[in-house]
Design a protein around this ligand. Structure first.
Ligand code: ZN
Length: 98
């Protein structure tokens, strides 16, 4: 079977994008759950950026009012960086391959 479209398990990048969407206000309980679950299985991916604790707290709180601007900026920077690098996973969650 090809087309590894597993929408139940998101990868590290998707997790990051979703977190960013979350910060931007687009968060459904489903997405929140996906992020939380991803973090349970794959803490290194966000830990690599130093996001883990903050994001875990955000997800647990469901409180976007407390989103530190700095965190949003950092995530945006990582996503931006990743786009510039195309598909290469450089700098993204080293050692966190699934
Ligand atoms: Zn991950």
């Amino acid at each position: 079977m090809k087309g590894e479209k597993d929408d139940r398990r998101i990868n590290c990048r998707e997790a990051l994008h979703r977190v960013y969407d979350f910060l931007d206000g687009e968060m459904t309980p489903e997405r929140r759950d996906q992020i939380a679950r991803h973090l349970d299985k794959c803490a290194p991916c966000l830990k690599a950026f130093g996001f883990e604790t903050e994001i875990r707290r955000l997800v647990a709180d469901r409180c976007r009012d407390k989103v530190p601007e700095e965190l949003r900026t950092r995530i945006a920077a990582v996503i931006d960086h990743e786009h510039k690098n195309g598909d290469s996973a450089h700098g993204v969650a080293k050692g966190a391959e699934h």
